[in-house]
Design a protein around this ligand. Sequence first.
Ligand code: NDP
Length: 374
Amino acid sequence: MTWTRRDFARLGAMGVAAHLAPQINAQAPERKTGVSTDGSPSVGSKTGYAVIGLGRIASHFMPGVRLTTNSQITGLVSGHRDKADRIAAEYGVPQNSIYSYDNFDEIANNKTIDAVYVALPNSMHAEYTIRAAKAGKHVLCEKPMATNVAECQAMIAACKAANVKLMIAYRCHYEPTNLRAIQLIRSGAIGQVQAIESAFGFDIAPGEWRLSKKMAGGGPLFDVGIYSLNACRYLTGEEPNRIAAFSSVIDRDGRFNEVEENVGWTMKFPSGIVASCNTTYGGSMEGYFRVHGAKGWIDVNPAFIYEGLHLRADCDGKPIDEPNPARDPSQFQAEAGHFSHCVQSGVEPQSPGEEGLRDLSYITMIYRSAGIAI
Ligand code: NDP
């Protein structure tokens, strides 16, 4: 079967995504929304976002927002005013909607800002989520949700107390190729799933905040291994009940004095499905997953990057080859479109704070099993 660009756009539309992935989050309510031509749910006015931290991921998110019909960038928060001024000019953000980390709390008085997008180093997610909630703003927070379980719980509590929505930016939950894999599995196309393999990693440059335990919480598992962990959960629709892990440092070149270089872990799910995952900061490891069923297999490679995703499968002898033609920043468009829809219509996000909390609790178990202090 060959999929067209239109098929993918339609599959990525939020209402359809919810239909295809009913177990991605069992608590997600059914969405009833119209769908615009660009795939964003079509709802009245636009949700205004203040982007906190104008780094690499923000530079994908902001163009994605621009493609939606229901979202816009209305504020910027940065430690670098010159950079903020340049981006403000690009997105039409007025000077009085640019904030520093010091005067951030003044966003409470800015009616053009409905929500914040937290694109900061991991250790700052909890602080800025809680401050944003206290300012009465909804929060879309990058993954990993925080650096430990207690921070996740505090973030959820703060957003509940302020009656604002909290979503963790798991863009694969809104991505058509990942959703297609879920749909094939749930339809029984490869029979009972027996095993999953997944990996994601890269060769990290020295000097990154990601190598600081204080700022990152941990190593590649927090950063990119989390994609494999989360994928095993949405592919099976189950929560792991047994976890075993190993970690190592091979390159004694000063990069891994605080965080691990490699983690390998296995998970057993209640149905008996077993998953085997790896993550590294020591070399290029293309993000993929391979699902082995009783009647076939699904291979998505790459599965986790911003574009060029490719699904191949054998469903009981029937081959499937579906390259995804969508280009960056379509995943960020879908993610922002979904959260704005939730803000505007009052429904819960597909990937709420509780989803981020679950991953942090499994990361904690993986670290404990590997003998890493967290
Ligand atoms: P960057 O280092 O590129 O950007 C982080 C930004 O945070 C900086 O540019 C800076 O913005 C601000 N910042 C504030 N204080 C600090 C500090 N002490 N050190 C460094 N930066 C600071 O990081 P990324 O954009 O790669 O990652 C940000 C978050 O997004 C992380 O949580 C990461 O896990 C997540 N992420 C998610 C991805 C996804 O696909 N969903 C992909 C990549 C990252 P300013 O100069 O404006 O103050």
